[in-house]
Design a protein around this ligand. Structure first.
Ligand code: COA
Length: 175
């Protein structure tokens, strides 16, 4: 890092900083309000976002952003899957791209970079829980080598409908 893409407009992938948290939260809260991609119903507060960031810093799990000349185009992170020690090398991945930046290669670049980070920190398995109706996210994860490991039906109720979660795994140890 940093890496760059010039698909439409250039952007750099870099670790997130405290100064990015408002943009990270605005991107996320857009999907809280408009999409079943996240099962949050209420917007995440600035204080809760700061706690989330500090927890990532303290546990050593990365939060990456795509920085397009000072505008945050999207973010991707790894989180601890479980505090139980035997899960230490399993990570949970999340990715959200600003609506205006979707379909321009930002997601693929960020997810690729976070997989590189996972490999570098010794993660064995990266998990991604993708809501079944989110075809772009399903396609993105498949395109970067995630395989579906199972479907949990009716895991969340949002916008008047039940939603399934399709769990995907990327097995770094098989590479
Ligand atoms: C899903 C998401 C992360 C994809 O990011 P993106 O920057 O729009 O995706 P990219 O432009 O990098 O495209 C990467 C791949 O995703 C897939 N993809 C992206 N948009 C797609 C669409 N509208 N339909 C189908 N596949 C799509 C394709 O496989 C594409 O690869 P290709 O260009 O080689 O065919 C983004 O759309 C997003 O933030 N969606 C809302 C939130 C969300 O669903 N987050 C994931 C929670 S698990």
């Amino acid at each position: 890092m940093p890496s760059t893409s010039t698909l439409t407009v250039s952007f750099a992938i870099r670790p997130a900083m405290v100064a990015d948290l408002a943009a990270i939260n605005a991107i996320y809260n857009h999907y809280v309000a408009t999409s079943p991609a996240t099962f949050d119903i209420e917007p995440v507060s600035e204080a809760a976002r700061r706690e989330w960031f500090d927890a990532h810093v303290n546990t050593g799990f990365p939060v990456l952003v795509a920085d397009a000349g000072g505008e945050i185009a999207g973010w991707c992170c790894l989180s601890q899957w479980s505090p139980r020690k035997a899960y230490k090398t399993t990570a949970d991945e999340s990715i959200y791209i600003a609506d205006a930046w979707r379909g321009r290669g930002v997601g693929k670049a960020l997810l690729g970079a976070v997989i590189d980070e996972a490999r570098a920190m010794g993660v064995h398995v990266v998990m991604a829980g993708v809501v079944g109706c989110q075809e772009p996210s399903l396609a993105l994860h498949r395109s970067l080598g995630f395989v579906e490991a199972g479907r949990y039906e009716h895991m969340g109720y949002k916008f008047g409908a039940w939603h399934d979660v399709h769990w995907h795994q990327r097995h770094l140890w098989r590479e």
